[in-house]
Design a protein around this ligand. Structure first.
Ligand SMILES: Cc1cc2nc3c(=O)[nH]c(=O)nc-3n(C[C@H](O)[C@H](O)[C@H](O)COP(=O)(O)OP(=O)(O)OC[C@H]3O[C@@H](n4cnc5c(N)ncnc54)[C@H](O)[C@@H]3O)c2cc1C
Length: 386
């Protein structure tokens, strides 16, 4: 997390533009051609993973000290935005690699960072983040998964639900109760490996959108892990999980921006071609006003998201508000812009022959995960800017 001032941050804007151009070209050439098929078949976008890993774009946030690219928060946002513009499912590869590994980066021991951030950067495995449970979603501190210390090991038992990229990822940050009397202060975070004995996965959820991103339950049946896989001190896991979300809600905002941009770009092209009443429908002011509103809302969301990314980069005290505000606003904009894009294509927009219905379905999840937008409003209200 380098960078200490606005000047440092904005000085690299040319590099950010170059990065955007490079990721856009790659996404259009290697990821977009498979997006509809990935959605239709509900299969993991392996082509996207291969392309992102081949170009070191799968986890750009990992610091150079651990073999990563050491990209700043805005660069990570740009990568996710540009991948989401063509395929939201694929954008969950860089987004969830950051979500899963950030607890280690923020609070892990030097040994954990070297081992697991290094493995992620070197493409030895992807990372997932396991906080939610069947009975503990918005109230995540009500989790039941237990971790009991036994000599120099911990033994984990329980069920995590809705875990993005579960089964594909090799590494999991798992939040579990170590002291049931202390609620959120009795929760600790651990790194669990896919290959640890007693780890297994449920069937993929049948979802409305992001169908290429596997979402599964993860089961822990007497999973015994070395005690040094704990992330930070015992009892600090929930705080680490929440601090992580402060940063990664900015990346969900980025995903929302990308989905909305993809829908706006497609609709803009369509209305220029589609003719009714003897002229392109783009010539009707009713259509022009819709496009103007879509672009205006999207740009407002982008400005808020980039402002939040600057705060993430510097770990500013008002990041909690900005991260929640960016995620909430950008996801609401993505829902509205993609719905309008479907409208602009008329009946054709409602079919799978065109990508905007997929984008509308994909946009919906950005209002739900990493805390629903009601929860974001609770977070904002508790952390109003001074
Ligand atoms: C596709 C997908 C991927 C996911 N990926 C992950 C992941 O990788 N890792 C992970 O840990 N979790 C993940 N999640 C879980 C996600 O973060 C939760 O679904 C979300 O936090 C909501 O929890 P819930 O589904 O239990 O809903 P509930 O908490 O039961 O909420 C139901 C409704 O009640 C509202 N509500 C709840 N409490 C309040 C309140 N106090 N005030 C007002 N309204 C309230 C909610 O906003 C919502 O509208 C994923 C979910 C999905 C669907």
């Amino acid at each position: 997390m380098a960078g200490s001032s606005d000047f440092d941050f904005f000085r690299t804007s040319e590099e950010h533009d170059m990065l955007r151009d490079a990721v856009r070209s790659l996404a259009e050439a290697k990821i977009a051609p498979f997006a509809a098929e990935v959605d239709e078949q509900g299969r993991f976008p392996q082509e996207a993973r291969d392309a992102l890993e081949a170009n070191d774009l799968h986890a750009v946030h990992v610091p150079e000290a651990y073999d990563g690219s050491g990209a700043d928060a805005l660069s990570t946002v740009i990568v996710i935005e540009e991948v989401a513009r063509v395929c939201a499912s694929s954008s969950l590869i860089p987004a969830v690699n950051k979500l899963g590994s950030l607890p280690v980066q923020l609070s892990g021991s030097e040994e954990l960072k070297t081992k697991y951030l290094g493995a992620l950067a070197r493409k030895e495995g992807m990372f997932s983040y396991a906080l939610s449970e069947p009975e503990a979603g918005s109230d995540a501190a009500g989790m039941k998964t237990r971790a009991v210390r036994d000599g120099d090991t911990y033994v984990l038992n329980g069920v995590k639900r809705w875990i993005t990229n579960a089964g594909v990822s090799d590494f999991y940050t798992v939040m579990a109760v170590t002291d049931p009397d202390k609620r959120s202060k009795g929760i600790s975070a651990f790194v669990v490996e896919k290959g640890d004995e007693g780890v297994s996965f449920g069937a993929p959820e049948k979802k409305l959108g992001i169908k290429g991103s596997p979402t599964r339950e993860v089961y822990f049946d007497n999973v015994r892990i070395p005690a040094d896989r704990i992330i930070g001190e015992e009892g600090t896991g929930f705080a680490t999980a929440m601090k992580t979300l402060d940063h990664t809600r900015v990346t969900i905002a980025a995903q929302a921006l990308g989905i909305a941009q993809g829908a706006l770009d497609y609709a803009k092209g369509y209305v220029a071609e589609r003719k009714q009443f003897g002229k392109a429908i783009a010539e009707f002011q009713g259509i022009q006003f819709m496009l103007a509103d879509m672009a205006m809302k999207l740009e407002a969301a982008r400005q808020l998201t980039y402002a939040a990314a600057a705060r993430s980069e510097r770990s500013d005290p008002d990041l909690t508000f900005f991260g929640a505000a960016a995620k909430c606003y950008a996801s609401d904009v993505a829902m509205s812009v993609t719905t309008d894009a479907v409208q602009l294509l008329g009946g054709y927009g409602y079919t799978r022959d065109y990508p905007v219905e997929r984008m509308m379905r994909d946009a919906k999840i950005t209002q739900i995960y990493e805390g629903t937008n009601q929860v974001q409003r609770i977070v904002m209200a508790r952390n109003l800017p001074a």
